[in-house]
Unconditional design. Structure first.
Lengths: 275, 337
């Protein structure tokens, strides 16, 4: 037993170490190193310099605008996502296959195309552009359009994370609640939602991360008006192009930090799910 | 409360699950729906519960048409084969669920749950989660949960199907005692004839989406109305173009009155029972079930020539197509008319 175990171990020891080394090396070169450089550059000239660079009025505005996008897009996509997942997993209706495929469009279409499409619909020369302008609503080159773009590109995450969980838990618990006298909304809040909560939460984290980092679609509809329609990713690029490296690095660092919070939250949810 | 099922049909696509099924379940009775898998017994139970809507026919609960009544207003307690435990709730919260959604007083709920946990012997498990219970404990929790809302009817779908043999026998006896105490009209689904005979007062035998026979366990066993019922509810053997129970075959050492000559092939001792395998002169094989005392008395040996005859008239004639095997129409037909 012992000898054969050792033999197995020694035979696999080398490939195992090599594999581990490869994986770590890959991550280091492609992720850790560049991100580490961002951190290093940010604090190169001390904490004060980093703080000053990160708290210029434009940077602060970009920070709050980014949070606003998250605050609007994530709840809306969560509500839509759970509803759509329930439709896909629990109901049969005409055009369901089409609906199911349509949910994935934001994954398939390039974000730049999404931005252009929004301009075509809501822009000055677009379908609704004039009517909306008459009503005093400006979508394009305004945070409103950026929010719509963010919602669009992050729409599938909650749906895609929730549907498999709904299928897995099946309908028996819901039927049991039904026989026990629960009304549909009681079944949803007390049985269905608690059963799918980790799936939904995982989708929320992915949605948040996506909205935080979105560049393409938001960039196209924003018009890049400094201090007005500039989110953190756009701010990073603008600062970089202005040779304001300190500003670019510090904004990038803040963005990375926010993403890190989302990733850690996701990781914690995952371990709870397994436990 | 009594339950009346009238001419219920239900199809899933091209599969016919229930074909013009009628039956009556008297108030306070304990009824088994017995049949092989695919016979429609679970669908029938789900139709009664309202979890499936019948294509045709009606379901009456204590005289009131419940066919279009939503599940939650039928007053049925349903116990699922795989328990359908609310995994994110403790045992206490599972049992309390039906009372909580009815917005009962907290103290009342607490007292009722304690009472039910005592009834199903789960007092010490109130704060556990379903994943921390054994199969039998989960099943009892599901029962307590269903009973909490004081259902007019208790429906159980293969309640012991997923349990091992020991637990199953124990729960069976327990369910019967519980029924004696609570006396709620109870219907359970099973594919195990012994379980149906053991627990139920009335057995409904289903086959191919139709009711074959309704009767007491003894009636169904001794006076089966079709070859299917005869074969499904107990052991059978064929003699002189008739199906009989092997324990109804009389084995003698003399020809007697109308005995058939047979040769013993094998004698198998199974404790109290002795199984004798025989070949008739016509080369047909059959077997007889004797008590140990009778077998010892006859000193049966392989190779020996004996005479056999059915102890009583064969209840069902063996018929290749089975159609002539049905004396009259089933109870289902009578009810429908």
């Amino acid at each position: 037993m012992g000898s054969s175990g050792n033999a197995v171990r020694s035979r696999f020891a080398l490939p195992k170490l090599t594999l581990r080394g490869l994986a770590l090396g890959y991550l280091t070169v492609l992720l850790v190193f560049p991100l580490g450089m961002v951190g290093y550059r940010t604090f190169e000239h001390g904490l004060d310099a980093a703080w000053n660079a990160a708290t210029t009025p434009d940077a602060v505005h970009a920070f709050w605008l980014t949070l606003l996008m998250v605050a609007v897009a994530v709840p809306l996509n969560t509500i839509f996502g759970v509803g759509a997942a329930l439709l896909i997993a629990r109901r049969e209706f005409r055009g369901k296959a089409l609906f199911n495929a349509a949910v994935d469009i934001p994954f398939a279409v390039s974000p730049v195309v999404v931005g252009l499409a929004l301009i075509l619909v809501y822009g000055q020369t677009g379908w609704f552009g004039n009517d909306l302008a008459d009503a005093g609503i400006q979508v394009i080159f305004n945070p409103l359009g950026m929010i719509i773009a963010s919602i669009f590109i992050s729409l599938p995450f909650v749906v895609r994370e929730t549907v498999p969980v709904l299928r897995e838990i099946g309908t028996e618990q819901e039927q049991a609640a039904d026989t026990l006298g629960a009304r549909p909304w009681q079944i949803f809040w007390r049985i269905t939602l608690p059963a799918i909560r980790w799936g939904v939460a995982y989708g929320v984290v992915l949605t948040t991360a996506r909205v935080l980092g979105e560049f393409g679609a938001v960039s196209v509809v924003s018009g890049k008006l400094v201090g007005k329609t500039e989110t953190l990713p756009l701010h990073v690029q603008a600062a970089f192009e202005d040779f304001n490296l300190a500003g670019a690095y510090s904004a990038a660092f803040v963005l990375a930090l926010m993403a890190l919070v989302a990733v850690v939250a996701m990781q914690r949810l995952r371990t709870r799910e397994i436990a | 409360m009594s339950i009346l099922v009238e001419n219920v049909s239900k199809s899933f696509g091209s599969f016919v699950a229930l074909d013009d099924v009628s039956l009556e379940v008297p108030d306070g009775s304990l009824t088994a729906l017995l049949g092989p898998s695919g016979s429609g017994k679970s669908t029938l139970l789900r139709v009664i519960a309202g979890l499936e809507e019948p294509d045709h026919g009606a379901v009456l609960i204590s005289g009131e048409d419940a066919t279009r009544l939503p599940v939650r207003r039928r007053g049925v307690g349903f116990v699922f084969q795989h328990y359908a435990a609310f995994k994110h709730m403790t045992v206490r919260d599972n049992v309390a669920f039906g009372l909580k959604v009815r917005r009962r007083q907290r103290a009342e709920i607490s007292a009722r749950v304690d009472e039910l946990l005592a009834l199903v012997h789960l007092e010490g498990f109130a704060d556990r989660y379903p994943s921390q219970l054994s199969g039998g404990q989960r099943q009892r929790m599901a029962l307590a949960r269903a009973l909490a809302v004081e259902p007019r009817v208790l429906l159980l779908d293969e309640p012991f199907g997923a349990l091992d043999a020991n637990v199953r026998a124990e729960l069976r006896a327990w369910l019967r005692r519980l029924h004696d105490d609570v006396h709620v009209t109870t219907i359970f689904v099973t594919h195990d004839q012994e379980e149906a005979m053991d627990v139920a007062e009335q057995v409904v035998v289903l086959n191919h989406a139709r009711v074959e026979q309704i009767g007491s366990p003894r009636e169904v066993y001794e006076r089966p109305r079709s070859e299917f019922v005869m074969r499904f509810v107990g052991p059978v053997t064929e003699i002189a173009d008739g199906l009989v129970r092997p324990h109804d075959i009389d084995v003698r050492l003399d020809p007697g009155d109308g005995g058939l000559e047979a040769m013993i092939e094998r004698v198998v001792h199974l404790g109290f029972e002795v199984r004798v395998e025989l070949t008739l002169a016509s080369d047909r094989r059959l077997w007889a079930q004797l008590t140990r005392a009778r077998a010892t008395e006859l000193e049966l040996e392989p190779g020996q020539i004996v005479w056999v005859r059915p102890d009583r008239a064969a209840p069902v004639s063996a018929d290749a197509n089975g159609s002539a095997a049905r004396p009259g129409v089933g109870v289902a037909g009578e009810l429908g008319d």
